[in-house]
Ligand binder design. Sequence first.
Ligand SMILES: C[S@@+](CC[C@H](N)C(=O)[O-])C[C@H]1O[C@@H](n2cnc3c(N)ncnc32)[C@H](O)[C@@H]1O
Length: 281
Amino acid sequence: MSNLEHLLCPLDNSPLTRHERTLICANGHAFDMAKTGYINLLPVQNKHSKDPGDSKAMVQSRRAFLAQGHYDPIVTAIIESMPDALKQRTDLNLLDAGCGEGHYLRQLVALLGVNHQVDATGLDISKWAVAEASKRAKEIDWIVGSNAHLPIESGRFDWVMCAFGFPVFEEFARVLDTSGWLLLVESGPDHLLELRKILYPAVKPFKETYANGIEGFDLQHKSRCTFRFHLPDQDSIGQLLSMTPHIHKAPYSGRQAAQALEQLELTADISLRWYQKQGNE
Ligand SMILES: C[S@@+](CC[C@H](N)C(=O)[O-])C[C@H]1O[C@@H](n2cnc3c(N)ncnc32)[C@H](O)[C@@H]1O
C-alpha cells in the first residue's frame, strides 16, 4: 500500500497530512484519494489546458504497446547502467517524473526490490495515465501533478527518472537529496529509423539534447541501448505510432503509408544519461 507522505499542498506549498483517504494542509485545502489509490495534486490554476498531458487514447495505445514487451530491454539497460552509489544503497527513493501508465516504474520496482528497499513515486500530468498506473501497483505512490511544480518536499529522492518526458531540471534538483541522481532516458540517433523513413520525405539529422550540459547537474555516465524488434500487424504499428510525437508531427501521407504496412522490423536506440546533482560533499 502506498504511503503518500512528504507531499506538499499544490495551492500553498505547505505539508500535507494524511487522514485516512484525504490529504489536508494546515490551511484546510483537502485532496481525496481516488478509488484506485492515486492522488490528484494538479489544481485547475496550474493547468494550461482542460485535460493536460497524454489523452485517454494515447495512454491506451502506450499500455497496449508496452504490454507486448518490445521495450523491456530498456528496463534491463537502466538497471545495468545504475551508478555504483545507487546500487550499493539498501534503501532507494525513486521518482518517475512523467511516468505515463507506469510500465517502467512497475518493472523497476519489481526488479530492484530483490536487493533494495524501494520507495517509489510515479507522477504524471495526465490523469488518464495515473489512473491506469494506479490500478496495477498499489505499493507505488501515484500522483497527478506537473514536473513544473512538483508537489513534493525538497530533498525527498535519491533518484529521479525522466523517460521520454518533459524534464524541469530546477524542480528535479530541488526534490533530489544532496547526492541525488537524475536519469534521462531519451531517443538515440537511430531510434525507429525505419518508421521515420516511411513517415517523412527526409529524415532530420539527429541533434543531441542538452549538448552543453544541464545547469546544476554533472553528467557522470552515458550509454546507448540498441536492439531490434518486430511488429507483426497493423494494430501494433498503429499503437506505436500513437504513442510517439510522430502521430502529430508526420505528414498525413506518411502516416497513411505507415498505417498501410502489414508488419515492420524496427531498431530501438535509447540514450541513457546519468547526471549527479552538483554541490555534493
Ligand atoms: C512520451 S510519454 C512517456 C511516458 C513514460 N515515461 C514512458 O516512457 O512510457 C510523456 C509523458 O509525460 C507526461 N507529461 C507531459 N507534460 C508533463 C508535465 N509537465 N509534468 C509531468 N508529466 C508530463 C505525459 O502525460 C506523458 O504521460
